[in-house]
Design a protein around this ligand. Structure first.
Ligand code: AMP
Length: 549
């Protein structure tokens, strides 16, 4: 059974802050540590950055301090300035709705006067590096006599950095009665001995991992800057063109943010997380199953148990907080004997998580170079090459031979003739300027999904389609995805109701299932695409016959 934050005995203000931060359920270290730390029990937790350990001690600290008193009641020691700031920020966010709570980070490198002023104003929680904390204790600008909770964060790293003596000196200044909690990525002997000396009957929390069968999936990762994640995701989607993709984020908030960013870029993405009501979830899942949305952005909780065969790619937009989550995530692809790919976005300290996951899953996650814009162009070339080779021997092409012969007789070069045909074709499809098409690397050639443009035109003959005119085109920066996503905002519509999309400089045409054309035109006239109000109507050429010339 899964635990919820509501199962802990914590105040509504903290629950509200957790909700605002978008945490869906406690991470394993939180589920283990929070109840114990809340009871005042000494704890050693085995956890590293990225597992949610800050909230594991931060939530109980906020719950246990007296916000009416301005005395320092909790001290957290961290190995670095960055971590001190990060931890202080995270606890401040968790305590956002608690009146009067103050958290002050204290570290070397910042003018000491500023810290002295902050401490003077009264604070219940200090987070800092050992050297500067000692400095304040000596100056008597930091009083330790009311501290009742002490946390040693990243204990193993602190010892490696030679902080042991400083830590002992600080502990020596704390009151006799206090709760001692240590967090460390490893349970090295030195840590355990230290715990024996300074803790009383500590409870050890190791997040126990189940043996899991790791699905056979191609796994690799990109090492990237966090601010590049959306751009790289877009490139990956464009290059691999997967049928269905699940993108995993760690919080509900991130899921919502990313979904709207993807929609802005014209992708058919939907969010799935625990805040959705059952009928909303069903609705999103239906769209995904029917392929009228092809990207699902989800939290771990929401995606549990999703069983859709066609998911061919899983993206870890955030690295999971637990190794087991990783296995659950990648198991959403490669179902029913199909192939699947799992791509992880790794930045900064997430690399350590990646290392742990590889150890746990006993599999290798290979590093890949981030796809460049040049790769996208190469991919466009590959698609074009596929289309050309698929069609080159078609009998129906013979009817163009007389024209080609005329050109050849007039001494035009065959390469020039072919080039102009490609250029006209590309313009017709609105694929853009291909002056810079890279040469094709045949090793990278991969089968591409049938292109939307390649929809069978015969359907026109049955009068199934009607053309719809839209007064927005290439110079407005629209792409096929923008138009498709705008049309599919009408939720009753299926992706198969939309046929070819042809984008010209100032306008575009879309083929729509004839039965749905009126409502599509009506809907389009109410919305904006790329910020521009749309005018749409049934194209004159198709209004009588439903055919395209
Ligand atoms: P930490 O391990 O404390 O450095 O946390 C790593 C990241 O996970 C931080 O950005 C936290 O805000 C986030 N986080 C902590 N707990 C949870 C949770 N239960 N669900 C999702 N994200 C969390």
């Amino acid at each position: 059974m899964t635990i919820s934050f509501n199962d802990f005995n914590i105040s509504k203000e903290i629950i509200d802050a957790i909700g605002e931060m978008g945490f869906e359920e406690p991470s394993p270290i939180q589920a283990g540590a929070i109840p114990l730390v809340l009871q005042g029990i000494d704890v050693i937790g085995q956890a590293q950055t990225g597992t949610g350990k800050t909230a594991a001690f931060g939530i109980p600290i906020l719950e246990r301090i007296d916000s009416k008193s301005k005395n320092v009641q909790a001290m957290i020691l961290c190995p670095t300035r960055e971590l001190s700031i990060q931890v202080a920020e995270e606890i401040s966010k968790l305590g956002k709705f608690l009146k009067g709570v103050k958290v002050v980070p204290i570290y070397g490198g910042q003018p000491i006067e500023r810290q002295i002023r902050a401490l003077k104003q009264g604070t219940q929680i200090v987070v800092g590096t050992p050297g500067r904390i000692i400095d304040h204790i000596k100056r008597k600008t930091l009083k330790t006599d009311n501290i009742k909770i002490f946390v040693l964060d990243e204990a193993d790293e602190m010892f490696d950095m030679g902080f042991r003596e400083d830590i002992e000196m600080i502990i020596g200044r704390l009151p006799e009665e206090k709760q001692m909690t240590f967090f460390s990525a490893t349970m090295a002997k030195e840590i355990m001995n230290f715990a024996k000396t300074y803790q009383s009957e500590p409870e050890i929390i190791r997040v126990v991992k189940k043996e899991m069968t790791v699905p056979k999936v191609d796994q690799y990762y990109f090492d990237l800057d966090p601010h590049m994640k959306t751009e790289i995701l877009a490139r990956v989607l464009d290059i691999y063109n997967p049928n269905l993709t699940i993108v995993f984020c760690n919080t509900k908030r991130m899921v919502d943010e990313l979904t709207s960013k993807l929609k802005d870029r014209g992708y058919l993405a939907e969010a799935l997380h625990g805040d959705l009501k059952q009928n909303q979830r069903d609705f999103v899942m239906n769209k995904f199953r029917k392929l009228s949305t092809d990207i699902l952005v989800a939290t771990d909780v929401a995606a549990r148990g999703i069983d859709v065969d066609e998911v061919d790619m899983v993206v870890n937009y955030d690295m999971p907080q637990d190794d087991e989550y990783y296995v659950h995530r990648i198991g959403r692809t490669a179902r029913a004997g199909r192939e699947g790919t799992a791509i992880s976005f790794v930045s900064g300290k997430e690399y350590y998580k990646l290392r742990d996951i590889q150890k746990y899953t006993k599999s290798i996650i290979a590093r890949k170079e981030i796809p460049t814009l040049g790769d996208i162009r190469k991919n466009e070339s590959t698609k074009l090459l596929n289309i050309l080779t698929e069609n080159i021997n078609k009998e129906e092409n013979k009817k163009y031979e007389p024209i080609i012969n005329v050109l050849l007789e007039e001494n035009y070069n065959p390469i020039d003739i072919a080039s102009v045909c490609i250029s006209l074709y590309m313009n017709e499809k609105g694929v853009g300027n291909h002056e810079e098409l890279d040469y094709i690397d045949n090793d990278k050639k991969r089968p591409v999904r049938k292109q939307r443009q390649a929809r069978p035109k015969e359907r026109f003959k049955k009068g199934k389609w009607k053309r719809v005119f839209i007064n927005i085109g290439r110079i407005d920066g629209v792409s096929e995805r923008h138009i498709l996503s705008a049309i599919l905002q009408n939720n009753k519509l299926h992706k198969n109701d939309v046929g070819s999309i042809d984008i010209y400089d100032k306008y575009s045409f879309v083929d729509i299932n004839a039965k749905r054309t009126n409502e599509v035109v009506k809907d389009l006239n109410k919305i904006r695409i790329r910020g521009r109000k749309i005018k749409s109507e049934i194209a004159k050429s198709s209004s009588k016959s439903g055919r395209r010339k």
